[in-house]
Design a protein around this ligand. Structure first.
Ligand code: SF4
Ligand code: SF4
Length: 401
């Protein structure tokens, strides 16, 4: 295949940086912006206020040094990078956000928000820590109330009023984006996948920085059409017998080059992401039945985010189970950011599930935002891909018979 990226994929290369200008233009035009950290925070509320949403999770190593002047060093790089970017004003998205929404997920983030709130306009939602909650149960009712309080906080901070009709409109809009995004990444079910790991990852992470929602959806539709064309033309970046990899674990935007770029370079094919930008964020929709209570439908959907910050996190394993089968996975790589307790501890269960229930190969990569372990990870990835080659060849043969 021709390795030069087609124009459609170019839209997503460095989208986060290109978004700086877009964010400034948006603010200059008078539109509000709400910074968010997490897949548990309902996007639909700021969207109903006609505000742009932006992810403020730190992805760069540079701000970490500043963060460590205040925060302990043995904290996950995502927390330190986010905090440092806000502290030294190097993250324009913190600067442009009218308010920042946090949520009580992991301990590191919760405690960091307390300090961040001293110099940024911070609002924190109280998330229950147990997802199996039905209507009427205390945790469920707490979460539903939190969504109402969050709506009121957005209204007062952005000096606007949000009607239930506005929220229903935002629900349809966000669901539409989830369907379009899933349509894109589902093309990687094809054997071989029409996308490289970097293409798949770039589209899923950088689309979030296109703030004009129709432009963002159209850009994703274009790369989906390009993917379909590649399948029709038989132009693939990998072969049917190339080991097919699923990535799970912590948010990976700060370690893109160490994971996605390296897997492309060592000859693997990343075809599925059980991450917030893909499987964790798009497999479940908000119910669009307008005869129901609008806060119930949002509460229900957001308690179904499969993430280890929840105790007895069954949803993550349901999604993993389905994705391993549907994407014909040969090996699973669990990316754990240094000092991340929820993902670090749950990695034991992921390994057991992948190897003993799904009978697939498993590899855990524990890393941070530094460059010091790039070559060590490359060597481990080379060995992992090599180990998978025979199994991948048998899988490819079985599907052609
Ligand atoms: S991994 Fe979990 S805690 Fe982290 S952003 Fe995603 S949903 Fe939130
Ligand atoms: S990667 Fe882990 S420690 Fe870091 S913010 Fe997410 S859940 Fe918390």
């Amino acid at each position: 295949m021709n390795n030069s990226l087609p124009e459609n994929f170019d839209t997503f290369v460095d989208g986060r940086k290109q978004g700086f200008i877009r964010a400034k233009e948006l603010k200059d035009s008078g539109q509000k912006m709400v910074g968010m950290f997490c897949g548990f925070t309902p996007f639909e509320i700021p969207m109903a206020a006609k505000a742009a949403t932006v992810m403020v999770c730190g992805v760069d190593e540079e701000p970490i040094q500043d963060a460590e002047r205040i925060l302990p060093r043995n904290l996950c790089p995502l927390i330190k990078s986010s905090f440092g970017g806000a502290l030294n004003d190097t993250c324009p998205y913190f600067y442009f956000s009218d308010m920042i929404i946090g949520e009580t997920t992991c301990d590191g983030k919760k405690k960091m928000y307390e300090i961040l709130g001293k110099f940024k306009n911070m609002y924190v939602m109280h998330l229950p820590n147990w997802p199996q909650l039905g209507k009427g149960e205390p945790g469920y009712e707490l979460w539903r109330d939190e969504i109402i309080k969050y709506k009121e906080a957005v209204e007062s901070n952005l000096e606007t009023t949000i009607t239930e009709d506005d929220i229903w409109e935002a629900i349809r809009d966000k669901n539409d984006e989830r369907r379009i995004t899933k349509e894109f990444y589902s093309l990687a079910k094809h054997v071989p996948s029409p996308f490289t790991a970097m293409e798949l990852n770039n589209v899923l992470t950088q689309a979030l920085f296109i703030f004009d929602r129709e432009e963002m959806k159209e850009s994703i539709r274009k790369v989906t059409a390009e993917g379909r064309e590649r399948i029709k033309r038989g132009e693939f970046p990998a072969k049917a017998e190339t080991p097919r990899i699923l990535i799970t674990g912590c948010p990976t935007s700060g370690v893109t080059d160490k994971i996605f770029k390296l897997i492309d370079e060592v000859g693997g094919s990343v075809v599925a992401l059980e991450l917030c930008t893909a499987g964790r964020g798009n497999e479940t929709l908000v119910d669009e039945d307008t005869s129901r209570d609008v806060y119930d439908v949002i509460a229900e959907r957001y308690l179904k985010v499969g993430c280890p910050v929840m105790m007895y996190d069954e949803q993550r394993f349901k999604v993993l189970d389905e994705m391993i089968d549907e994407y014909q996975i040969d090996g699973v790589i669990d990316v754990v950011l240094t000092a991340c307790n929820p993902f670090g501890i749950e990695s034991v269960r992921v390994k057991d599930f992948v190897t003993n229930t799904k009978h697939k190969a498993f590899m855990k990569i524990e890393t941070d935002y530094s460059k010091s372990d790039v070559e060590q990870i490359r060597t481990r990835l080379e060995a992992f891909i090599e180990m998978l080659e025979d199994k991948a060849a048998s899988r490819a043969l079985a599907t052609t018979l």
